[in-house]
Design a protein around this ligand. Structure first.
Ligand SMILES: Cc1cc2nc3c(=O)[nH]c(=O)nc-3n(C[C@H](O)[C@H](O)[C@H](O)COP(=O)(O)OP(=O)(O)OC[C@H]3O[C@@H](n4cnc5c(N)ncnc54)[C@H](O)[C@@H]3O)c2cc1C
Length: 476
């Protein structure tokens, strides 16, 4: 079969475009090199739905940021993904910061960010009493939000599959040729044919582009490291608190997560290795020091996890969202650094429109299913919980005691359309292992449940990426 569109990469960008395309009568396939979706940058970022004060007016980043932000309420509600508009504050300590805040305020106005305003010190401290009282003022953006970034990435692809899209995991693209249409060779030798290609390969988008097009841009991975703290710290601030941004990024933030933890980071370090997501004490120490200027009340002894993500920084300062100049039908969606997560839904709408103008036939489906259900047991009322347990007693067995995740939710995350096959896959779908013990107690139980539900041998159930075996042999 010749697909209408092949999307390369299933992060938030590929996933958003995948779902948008399945609103039309098209044959669409997504090719992802890893064994699950949301395995790249889309699983390791600040998960902030930015309001749009930061990008230069007139750029694609500004346009998609503000448009994308407005789409999150409906999108997350439709797909049962956690999202909260908690608002954000950018705080300033001195005259230099005040100048920067003024620039950001004017940019926010130019970008039409709703409700943006400057607050004086007293107003800020009333809003956020735990912030450093040495601040002078802050920029307040009520439309800022926090979201479950990997939950959304998974939900988008799952909903696209429910609407007829095809996802091929473990499908690394290694070669692309074109005669009448594209022939995409995968690492295992399979060939996938399509009329259009969307390149949404994140930090690897330049390599994918160069497989068929002349070199047009280069991507450098810019690492950002984080501390994730226990829920005991999660109510220290209610809003996302940024310090003033620099050339390298939006600055160190302190924010509650949508699940009630506290997130602190990131820094910004250009590196060579596009697969390195290690964290190092040097960077983390600097983040800790910087964040304590925002509030000295963070108890870093409550840190439960460190992680890092890679921004795809192209030598073009703006997002690259265009058909390649030299290869018709090849669409780059590249250099999607921050605010890429926020921008993704708006980018997807435009990319599909762009392909329509380039000849893709866009006949809307009349049976597109917009919604996707997922039970979050902890959010149910007592009576709803009781009713659910009566129907299925697996919802009465708590497997993850830190996050109160039931066996019912774990089984559902394995058996649903885009079901998890690894321990971290289950974790990203319904959170066992996200709590204080980080899976120390529930990990082996989740492994058993995956084996039982799928018929896999327990030794073959992986922690995360391919080859991440946990059980390697018998000790006795
Ligand atoms: C530290 C940090 C903080 C950030 N904070 C925010 C924020 O708060 N808010 C915000 O809006 N944005 C934020 N961003 C940006 C946002 O996370 C990214 O813009 C977004 O996740 C990029 O998504 P993507 O789909 O382009 O890339 P990815 O999620 O990396 O997806 C690319 C996919 O392509 C696959 N792939 C690569 N090569 C191949 C191949 N050869 N064959 C098949 N598949 C392939 C990869 O495996 C991967 O799954 C942040 C980024 C970082 C790093």
């Amino acid at each position: 079969m010749i697909y209408d569109v092949a999307i390369i990469g299933s992060g938030i960008i590929g996933g958003s475009i995948f779902r948008e395309l399945t609103k039309y009568n098209l044959n669409v396939v997504t090719l992802e090199k890893e064994n699950d979706v949301a395995m790249g940058t889309s699983k390791a970022n600040s998960a902030i739905v930015h309001s749009g004060y930061d990008p230069e007016p007139g750029t694609l980043m500004a346009k998609y940021n503000v448009e994308g932000n407005k789409m999150f309420d409906k999108l997350c509600k439709d797909l049962s993904v956690p999202f909260k508009r908690n608002g954000s504050l950018i705080i300033g300590f001195n005259e230099e910061d005040m100048k920067e805040l003024d620039i950001l305020y004017k940019r926010g106005l130019a970008n039409k960010v709703e409700g943006i305003k400057m607050l004086n010190k007293e107003e800020v401290l009333e809003m956020e009493p735990n912030i450093n009282p040495d601040i002078k003022a802050a920029l307040f953006c009520p439309t800022g939000g926090i979201v479950g970034a990997y939950e959304l990435t998974i939900a988008l692809s799952e909903n696209a599959i429910d609407n007829g899209g095809e996802l091929r995991l473990n499908s690394k693209v290694v070669k692309i040729t074109k005669d009448n249409h594209f022939k995409i060779t995968l690492e295992n030798g399979d060939i996938v044919e399509s009329k259009f290609i969307v390149n949404a390969a994140g930090v690897h988008a330049d390599s994918i582009h160069n497989l068929i097009c002349n070199e047009a841009y280069k991507i450098t991975p810019r690492k950002g490291e984080y501390f994730l703290l226990d829920k005991s710290q999660g109510s220290l601030v209610e809003k996302t608190i940024f310090q003033c941004p620099s050339e390298l990024g939006k600055g160190v933030l302190v924010t509650p997560t949508v699940h009630g933890n506290l997130l602190v980071g990131p820094n910004a370090i250009d590196i060579d290795d596009k697969d390195s997501v290690s964290t190092e004490s040097e960077g983390l120490n600097k983040i800790r020091e910087t964040s304590l200027r925002t509030t000295n009340k963070i108890n870093f002894r409550e840190n439960i996890r460190n992680f890092a993500g890679l921004r795809a920084v192209a030598d073009n300062p703006d997002f690259i969202v265009e058909e390649a100049k030299d290869v018709k039908g090849f669409v780059d969606v590249a250099g999607i650094k921050s605010p890429g997560l926020t921008s993704a839904p708006a980018i997807a709408v435009d990319v599909v429109k762009m392909m329509g103008q380039a000849g893709l036939k866009l006949n809307p489906k009349d049976n597109f299913k917009e919604t996707r259900e997922q039970i979050h047991f902890i959010n149910l009322s007592q009576s709803e919980k009781a009713e659910l347990i009566k129907k299925d007693n697996r919802y009465g067995r708590i497997i993850c005691r830190c996050e109160y995740i039931t066996e019912g939710e774990i089984v559902d995350s394995i058996n649903r359309t885009l079901g998890a096959r690894t321990i971290d896959g289950v974790k990203r779908r319904c959170r066992p292992g996200c709590g204080r013990c980080q899976g120390g107690f529930c990990g082996p139980r989740v492994q058993e449940i995956i084996a039982r539900e799928t018929g896999m041998n327990i030794e073959d159930v992986l922690l995360d990426k391919n080859n991440s075996y946990i059980i390697v042999g018998k000790t006795k």
